[in-house]
Design a protein around this ligand. Structure first.
Ligand SMILES: [Zn+2]
Length: 85
């Protein structure tokens, strides 16, 4: 589960990770390290990245479980057909 956070880690254009409070998302910020200006885009934050990866992992898990259930079902079906023969 992803819990809401108050601070987002967002990379500046030079790759410095900057802590951005939630209320500054979407605002133009200045990187404290290299002074470059950038817009705090939540889609670029580490938290968003993690959430996306978590979602992808869940989809893979779902696929794996579905495939495993299908295999079990196919096995049962084969056993049943053998019984009926
Ligand atoms: Zn920077």
């Amino acid at each position: 589960m992803t819990k809401p956070v108050d601070q987002y880690q967002i990379d500046c254009p030079s790759g410095h990770e900057v802590s951005v409070p939630r209320n500054l998302l979407g605002e133009e910020l200045v990187c404290p390290r290299c002074n470059s200006r950038f817009v705090a885009d939540i889609k670029a934050s580490a938290e968003e990245r993690d959430a996306r990866m978590e979602k992808a992992a869940r989809q893979w898990l779902f696929l794996a479980v579905t495939a495993a259930s299908l295999l079990v079902f196919a096995g049962l079906l084969a056993a049943l057909l053998r019984l009926l023969r």
